[in-house]
Write a protein that binds this ligand. Structure first.
Ligand code: UT7
Length: 291
């Protein structure tokens, strides 16, 4: 759905949306399950891993298909998996929270984990509310994380949550997403910069060592402001929000999928993954690319 299509029914323009957010078009459709199955299968194929050899499925989603059961077991069944499966909801930080959880599981006996971020945000958008309708979209991304006794490529994490700010971005049962955009923007830049610096320090890398920054895709101005404060040129930031909008916990895996498809990241490269969202939650990690 393009900005022009949106402006046919909303009091907005392509110019406003592009200038204020960087978004030009977004994908609408699917469910957390259907998109998650698609992304999960592609990740398994890409990693040449049989579904039966995965011993945990973690699904990051803000928009599960039902309150219960969780969507993860349903996806696991569709993919032919016979393993524990659960949803994780940390809003737009969800994928990084799931990766952090996967790391803990790998440290305690799991061998191979499928992590999916899948969102059906459009279902919870009031399409007459220009504040949210221009931002949110549907999508999914996934990754396979394997235990390697000789090498750890998940170098560091810095996660947090500040529940005092929970009312800044909400969606009540049966309601729609609502946000104090300006305040979320301000806090987003602050927590991204702070957690990114902590993750880099913990990993023993500097901003100059990073091949890529793979940020949550909410607003190009947030990415620009954070990169500027971290002394990282925008050329090293992955941006897919122009084509995909804000897909919450799907946005980071979609961004690094795009980076891989465009040959922007290679084995041994350091990357900073960083997200923030409702909660308010945030999560940064430094990883060394292993494939
Ligand atoms: O995924 C995690 C969480 N989400 C985010 O990180 C989003 C964070 N926030 C943002 O990205 C930005 O705050 C927004 C994109 C939501 C809004 O951008 P802004 O630059 O903060 O705009 P604003 O709310 O200050 O509005 C500026 C003007 C206002 O008009 P006046 O009062 O100056 O006359 C708004 O009424 O733009 C108007 N406006 C719009 N105009 C056209 C607000 N939304 C729209 C719109 N189309 N969609």
């Amino acid at each position: 759905m393009t900005n022009d299509e949106l402006s046919q029914t909303l009091d907005t323009t392509d110019e406003w949306i592009t200038e204020r957010t960087g978004i030009r078009e977004r994908r609408i459709g699917g469910t957390a399950k259907s998109l998650g199955v698609l992304a999960g299968q592609r990740a398994l194929d890409d990693a040449a891993v049989d579904a039966r050899d995965v011993d945990f499925l973690l699904l990051a989603t803000t928009t599960p298909d039902r309150i219960t059961p969780a969507t993860a077991p349903v996806i696991a069944h569709e993919l032919g998996m016979h393993c524990p499966a659960m949803d994780i909801n940390a809003a737009c930080s969800g994928f990084m929270y799931a990766v952090r959880t996967a790391y803990g599981l790998l440290e305690t006996g799991s061998k191979r984990i499928l992590v999916i971020g899948s969102e059906n945000l459009s279902r919870w958008v009031d399409w007459s509310d220009r504040n949210m309708a221009v931002l949110l979209a549907d999508g999914a991304g996934a990754t396979v994380i394997e235990y390697d006794p000789t090498e750890n490529d998940l170098l560091s994490f810095s996660l947090g949550a500040e529940g005092a700010d929970a009312d800044l971005l909400t969606c009540e049962h049966g309601g729609f997403f609502q946000m104090d955009g300006k305040e979320v923007f301000r806090r987003a830049v602050r927590v991204v910069v702070d957690s990114a610096e902590k993750a880099m320090t913990l990993a023993g890398v500097s901003a100059d060592d990073l091949a890529l920054v793979i940020p949550h895709q909410a607003n190009i101005r947030i990415i620009q402001a954070a990169c500027q404060r971290l002394n990282i040129e925008m050329e090293r930031a992955v941006v897919v929000l122009d084509r995909l909008g804000n897909t919450s916990s799907a946005s980071i895996p979609l961004a690094y999928g795009d980076a891989r498809a465009n040959d922007r990241i290679h084995k041994g490269d350091y990357a900073l993954l960083t997200g923030f969202g409702a909660g308010m939650t945030w999560a940064s990690a430094v990883v060394r690319w292993s494939k």
